[in-house]
Design a protein. Structure first.
Length: 211
């Protein structure tokens, strides 16, 4: 996975150079980012329903069939989601949730996604527009347990052998006011925790910024 991201970031200057060579009418090296509060559905016992997320679309290809309409495809879209367990619980090696006999223990599930958002943006006024995206992709899950024993802090990070990597689908919407806006995201297809049949779906709301 590390080699994949090194390759992607190394290719970014090439994409930018291609954009500069174009006349600017169809190719645009634009992007956007969002910070969200996440609410999770179908969480396993012991996991909190709330969390946080970040969404970075670093590069976006745009086509303008009409002066008020933009079709786009995101080429470098990264999604980071953090989910938390209740205090004094931890993840086992297989990803299941269980108690820990140590006080002040914390556990976090980190979901890193890479997707290709396909969207449409419609201008509604001089400085107002609205966007809708469907973003298929893939994501990696890892678990982190943090606890202290004898004044020594421990941090264990691991990835489950099964279910750690999988397909994701996000539906995103935004209302833009100049370079800022309100951002919404729904993830109906996500990961399935150990010992559970239903997927943990995500509903997100937050603020977004264009660059």
């Amino acid at each position: 996975m590390r080699k994949l991201f090194i390759l992607l970031f190394a290719a970014l200057p090439c994409f930018t150079a291609m954009a500069q060579e174009n006349d600017g009418k169809e190719w645009s090296p634009s992007g956007w980012s969002a910070v969200t509060y996440n609410y999770y559905l179908n969480v396993p016992d012991g996991m909190l329903s709330s969390g946080v997320g970040l969404d970075f679309c670093l590069f976006e290809y745009q086509i303008n069939p009409h002066s008020n309409t933009i079709f786009s495809v995101g080429l470098l879209d990264l999604i980071f989601d953090w989910r938390f367990l209740k205090t004094d619980l931890q993840f086992a090696d297989d990803g299941s949730v269980g108690p820990i006999q140590i006080k002040d223990a914390n556990a976090t599930l980190f979901d890193l996604g890479f997707s290709f958002p396909i969207g449409i943006t419609q201008r509604l006024g001089r400085n107002i527009s609205a966007s809708l995206f469907a973003a298929p992709g893939i994501a990696w899950v890892n678990y982190r347990n943090t606890y202290s024993t004898d004044l020594v802090k421990h941090s264990d990070i691991f990835t489950p052998r099964k279910g750690g990597t999988g397909f994701r689908l996000d539906v995103k919407a935004a209302v833009w006011f100049d370079f800022g806006g309100v951002f919404l995201r729904y993830q109906p297809i996500a990961f399935t925790p150990k010992g559970q049949e239903k997927k943990v779906q995500t509903i997100s709301a937050g603020l977004a910024f264009r660059f």
